[in-house]
Design a protein around this ligand. Structure first.
Ligand SMILES: *[C@@H]1O[C@H](CO)[C@@H](O)[C@H](O)[C@H]1NC(C)=O
Ligand SMILES: *[C@@H]1O[C@H](CO)[C@@H](O)[C@H](O)[C@H]1NC(C)=O
Ligand SMILES: *[C@@H]1O[C@H](CO)[C@@H](O)[C@H](O)[C@H]1NC(C)=O
Ligand SMILES: *[C@@H]1O[C@H](CO)[C@@H](O)[C@H](O)[C@H]1NC(C)=O
Ligand SMILES: *[C@@H]1O[C@H](CO)[C@@H](O)[C@H](O)[C@H]1NC(C)=O
Ligand SMILES: *[C@@H]1O[C@H](CO)[C@@H](O)[C@H](O)[C@H]1NC(C)=O
Ligand SMILES: *[C@@H]1O[C@H](CO)[C@@H](O)[C@H](O)[C@H]1NC(C)=O
Length: 412
């Protein structure tokens, strides 16, 4: 075949392909970008028009299917997405956050148990992390000593021990834990879900709250403390029969009063305050709803079409309540679990095997992609530009330019 005819045939084939694709496809969908010392991939225009035929399998059961696993055979550049450490969607703000040499490193392999409540104690330069069952009833928690090079990971037991801290924050020299579980005999003593403090210098714990007018909380999941000292927390369902509806509350340690702030979410989970104190964010992880039948099947299989969004609220009534609930972000992967707000107001959430960074209006700026399901994260270091990410099977560290809020010197 003469080469002109061959070229014409190739041209014809390409034209047919091009004609059957939607106008608006602008290849490539993805390309490497940012500092060449880092593994950064930019997704152009959010890949908002993909060439046919593309398909993303829904996540199901315990299997997460990430954005990068979307099949897009007619744009080979998309294969870059799955392997990136950082996926940038908004190039200007995303690359600025990443800075000159962003890095992601897996620092510790840990068990498949849920790892939660990472809390940085600046005076000790230590990161406290909790570990939930298995085995059921296990009481020692973890601490990462950042004064060592490389950092070390060890277990410690508080006095008295606290079962299953699931959320944590730092306020006024103390770690505040949302204790998520309990019954009448954990290691020989009764413990109930509620709020506890840990003095990181003495390891002593104090119970601040363990009931709502005599009823047990279900699973106190996450919390923050505002500048007045009030503790805002979420209480979701687990696989035990509940005595209370799932809800979010504000607890005032000065008076002992607990006040409901929202009861509209299926599984209120992460909760966070904006640096100016004007907005509260709460995530709903209703896609994972444990069996609440006594003796029913354990676990919380994932439901792709279930509730899994972050909601934004405005603070009212002298800062004691929230109103104006609106969706901020529908998780693009799994459920939005851990939730925190950076010093600049960007909202950060752990969802599936990664961490998403959104602006205050819910626009996705970038995603950190990890090798394990992320539960939560905390900023460390003098500048608060190191992010420690904890989850099932791993503890990882990110160096970047996005600063955390200074919990030791709060602004709100
Ligand atoms: C690429 O697109 C063309 C036209 O839509 C389609 O016929 C072909 O099957 C696609 N290729 C793959 C691998 O999906
Ligand atoms: C990375 O970029 C720098 C500055 O542009 C360049 O000098 C260097 O050769 C590049 N390194 C690699 C491995 O491409
Ligand atoms: C974690 O485990 C993987 C797989 O066994 C191994 O390749 C890696 O070196 C380990 N990383 C650390 C930090 O221990
Ligand atoms: C209390 O919870 C622990 C940990 O899950 C479990 O081992 C123990 O059997 C429970 N005890 C009762 C009385 O339910
Ligand atoms: C608290 O626990 C840590 C970690 O196990 C230990 O190094 C420290 O000595 C303990 N402090 C006190 C006052 O017991
Ligand atoms: C998943 O969630 C949707 C929306 O809440 C609900 O309609 C559906 O029944 C759920 N599926 C399962 C298997 O629970
Ligand atoms: C409003 O909150 C501030 C700070 O918490 C408090 O000092 C003040 O008494 C409150 N005002 C009212 C009317 O309760």
């Amino acid at each position: 075949m003469p080469s002109e005819i061959l070229l014409s045939l190739i041209w014809l084939a390409q034209t047919i392909t091009a004609q059957s694709q939607p106008p608006g496809v602008t290849p490539p969908l993805a390309q490497t970008c940012g500092p060449n010392s880092s593994n950064v991939v930019c997704v152009n225009r959010y890949a908002s028009v993909m060439p046919y035929h593309f398909f993303r399998e829904p996540s199901e059961g315990s299997i997460d299917v990430s954005f990068g696993q979307t099949s897009v055979p007619n744009d080979t550049s998309f294969s870059l997405v799955a392997g990136a450490d950082f996926l940038v969607f908004d190039q200007q703000r995303g690359l600025e956050i990443l800075g000159n040499g962003p890095s992601l490193s897996l620092v510790f392999n840990v068990s498949q148990a849920v790892h939660e409540a990472p809390v940085y104690v600046p005076g000790l330069n230590k990161l406290f992390v909790s570990q939930l069952a298995p085995p059921a009833g296990y009481l020692p928690q973890l601490v990462v000593d950042l004064n060592q090079d490389p950092p070390t990971l060890s277990e410690f037991l508080s006095d008295p021990p606290v079962y299953a801290p699931n959320g944590g924050t730092f306020h006024n020299g103390l770690i505040y834990w949302g204790a998520s579980g309990g019954n009448n005999s954990i290691g020989g003593t009764e413990q109930r879900s509620g709020i506890r403090t840990l003095d990181p210098h003495t390891n002593k714990t104090v119970t601040l709250l363990n009931n709502y007018y005599g009823f047990y909380f279900n699973t106190v999941d996450d919390l923050f403390v505002d500048s007045s000292g009030a503790v805002w927390f979420t209480d979701r369902l687990t696989d035990t029969p509940p005595q209370l509806k799932t809800a979010s509350y504000r607890f005032d340690p000065a008076t002992g009063a607990t006040t409901m702030i929202d009861d509209t979410l299926i599984q209120p989970n992460g909760i966070a305050l904006s640096p100016d104190g004007k907005h509260v964010y709460i995530s709903d992880t209703g896609s994972e709803t444990g069996s609440i039948v006594a003796g029913g099947p354990p676990g919380s299989p994932f439901n792709q079409t279930g509730a899994r969004a972050i909601f934004k609220y405005d603070r009212v009534d002298n800062g004691t309540h929230i109103t104006g609930k609106r969706p901020l972000f529908y998780a693009q992967d799994w459920v939005p679990d851990g939730l925190k707000v950076a010093a600049n107001g960007f909202v950060v959430t752990g969802s599936g095997p990664g961490v998403d960074v959104l602006d205050e209006f819910g626009v996705l700026i970038l995603r950190i992609q990890t090798s394990f399901i992320v539960q939560n994260f905390a900023w460390t270091g003098d500048e608060l530009t190191t992010l420690w990410i904890v989850g099932q099977g791993g503890i990882a560290k990110v160096e970047w330019n996005l600063k955390g809020q200074d919990l030791a010197n709060p602004t709100s």
